[in-house]
Design a binder for this molecule. Structure first.
Ligand code: SF4
Length: 207
């Protein structure tokens, strides 16, 4: 762990916004999850980050074990720290809420099914009502698709939507799709963007 990473705060499990402690709407995910990974962060946040679903995680890690083990969204060693570092660097470390579209880990890190995303959309809607953010930053194609489903919007291609704000009048927010932190390097080169240019684009579109 670098000194820079040391300054990324791990969320306090007591801070979780637990909506249904034993939710069992998705039978396959009840089997595959260790814990439900609930959202954490400021309940007054302007920025609301949505990922896809928690990965398997590492129960033997010292701290960043992943949401499947901590019960807190975006607490994996790689993706969790990376997105939290980005948000902090852009000045929103204390003005952000982190959650996932599906809050339970799917076996072998498969994508959540449409049914599972639909099942969990009610929890996401409640989180949005509680936090009432200005901008919802969706990390990756699946998180973006599940947010836009509230609006009946389907994307033709995800890459064209990266860093392009989408008005969501039903939710009363702006959706800002960004790259999934796990695949950021690969896709930045496809977009012909440097990391600094990418960060600048995101920053320009935040409140
Ligand atoms: S993914 Fe969401 S809806 Fe499905 S069991 Fe987990 S918490 Fe419940």
């Amino acid at each position: 762990m670098t000194g820079d990473d040391d300054r990324i705060r791990h969320p306090d499990p007591e801070d979780r916004l637990v909506l249904a402690p034993d939710c069992s709407r998705c039978p396959a995910l009840v089997e595959s999850r260790t814990r439900i990974s609930w959202g954490t962060g400021s309940r007054d946040a302007n920025v609301f980050v949505v990922g896809e679903a928690p990965g398997a995680g590492d129960p033997d890690a010292e701290t960043w074990k992943g949401g499947n083990h901590t019960g807190c969204a975006y607490t994996s060693r790689h993706s969790g720290r990376r997105i939290r570092r980005l948000v902090r660097d852009l000045g929103y470390g204390d003005d952000c809420f982190f959650t996932n579209a599906a809050k339970c880990h799917p076996e072998n890190d498969r994508d959540p099914t449409e049914t599972e995303l639909t099942n969990c959309r009610g929890h996401l809607e409640t989180e949005l009502e509680v936090v009432d953010p200005a901008v919802v930053v969706t990390t990756g194609k699946h998180a973006t698709a599940t947010l836009l489903a509230f609006e009946g919007i389907e994307l033709d291609g995800f890459l064209d939507a990266v860093c392009e704000p989408i008005d969501c009048p039903t939710l009363g927010v702006t959706c800002l799709p960004i790259l999934h932190p796990s695949y950021q390097e690969v896709w930045l080169s496809r977009l012909d963007l440097s990391d600094a240019e990418y960060r600048e684009r995101i920053s320009e579109r935040l409140p």
